[in-house]
Ligand binder design. Structure first.
Ligand SMILES: [Zn+2]
Length: 355
């Protein structure tokens, strides 16, 4: 049929008028494009300048100075940061893990494969005591997939959901935990203490809080990204309401230093509060957009009986509205804001509609 034949915009707009298309909901300003069915058409009204998902970007926004941190020595492949009383963070400025030294050995917390080949060397800078324990923050391979690289046969501790996921994964790079717990586990080694606790699903089932009381250090991975936009889709949160609750819960704990598992520096309460404020702004902008956005606007008449198409068009415009609402305040404040803002708004509308 004629609609499938490529045509120039003047022919298509005449045809659109003849067929009564592209004039839905009294939106006379809408321009029907010449695109073939299934291809990208004219932009939505008030389309943000920030490129949406799937569109190539020539140059991303420059990172603000707040993202500047000590560099990683390329010969070593990691940077070591003292957190006090025998506790250390290891990072390659993209991933973060920790280790704790006690009188007879070392407890390792996570082994990101991005630098796990150098993890033993990092520990040797501090002590020659053996690695006796390995704690998994959660099951994801990008945080524990270097477990085999640390060598030996440490006791592996994780929440029971993490064990379930690792049994299913059957991955030799991520050995199954030897000790599991449901709600809480206290590890006392020599004079050192680590309190592990489970607060339900947010990022992934089994993702735990690791609290070092003497050091006032809290490690919770993949929830808070100090100074940075969160990873896409609220860091791939499997439960977005749970994610919002856990970020708020983190702020209530009496830590001095937060190790979030990602980006180039540790966090503070100010970082957690800033991220919470951003998240709540995305939530309220999305809630407003869901209520204010009319369905069918700009759609071809034939598509109005296609329920998936109606939803896609509506959701797109809700997300456009969310991005426009939060950009003026947050683009200057979060590193890599442009990279994932579309993804946050998209994830938020999904959650608000169905959770
Ligand atoms: Zn993860």
């Amino acid at each position: 049929m004629a609609w499938q034949v490529p045509m120039n915009s003047s022919i298509s707009s005449v045809l659109a008028i003849v067929l009564g298309l592209g004039l839905a909901s009294g939106n006379s300003a809408w321009a029907q494009s010449a695109a073939a069915p299934g291809e990208a058409g004219a932009a939505y009204q008030d389309m943000p300048a920030i490129a949406p998902i799937g569109v190539r970007v020539d140059r991303y926004l420059p990172l603000p100075n707040s993202a500047a941190v000590p560099p990683v020595d390329p010969a070593k492949g990691y940077r070591l940061q003292q957190l006090g009383h025998g506790l250390y963070m290891v990072t390659d400025n993209g991933y973060q893990s920790m280790f704790l030294v006690y009188d007879k050995g070392v407890v390792v917390m996570d082994a990101p494969p991005s630098y796990s080949a150098h993890l033993k060397q990092a520990i040797t800078e501090v002590t020659d005591r053996p690695i006796t324990h390995l704690i998994y923050s959660h099951a994801h391979i990008d945080h524990i997939g270097g477990a085999a690289d640390i060598g030996g046969h440490p006791i592996i501790i994780a929440q029971e959901e993490t064990k379930r996921l690792l049994v299913r994964a059957n991955d030799p790079k991520r050995p199954v935990p030897t000790i599991t717990f449901k709600d809480r586990y206290m590890l006392k080694v020599g004079g050192q203490v680590l309190e592990l606790s489970y607060h339900g699903v947010a990022h992934e089932p089994g993702n735990i809080f690791i609290w070092a009381p003497a050091q006032k250090v809290l490690m919770v991975v993949d929830l808070v990204f100090p100074g940075w936009m969160a990873w896409s889709g609220f860091a791939d949160a499997q439960d977005i309401p749970g994610y919002f609750e856990q970020v708020a819960e983190i702020d209530k704990l009496p830590f001095k230093t937060l190790v979030g598992g990602h980006v180039d520096r540790v966090g503070t309460h100010a970082d957690v509060r800033e991220q919470l404020e951003f998240m709540n702004d995305v939530k309220s902008a999305t809630r407003t957009a869901l209520a204010a956005t009319a369905p069918f606007v700009g759609m071809a008449a034939a598509d109005k009986t296609n329920a998936w198409a109606v939803a896609d068009n509506y959701i797109d415009r809700v997300v456009v509205s969310c991005v426009n609402a939060v950009t003026p305040k947050w683009q200057p404040r979060l590193a890599a804001y442009d990279v994932f803002i579309w993804s946050q708004c998209f994830a938020m509308q999904q959650s608000l509609r169905i959770d």
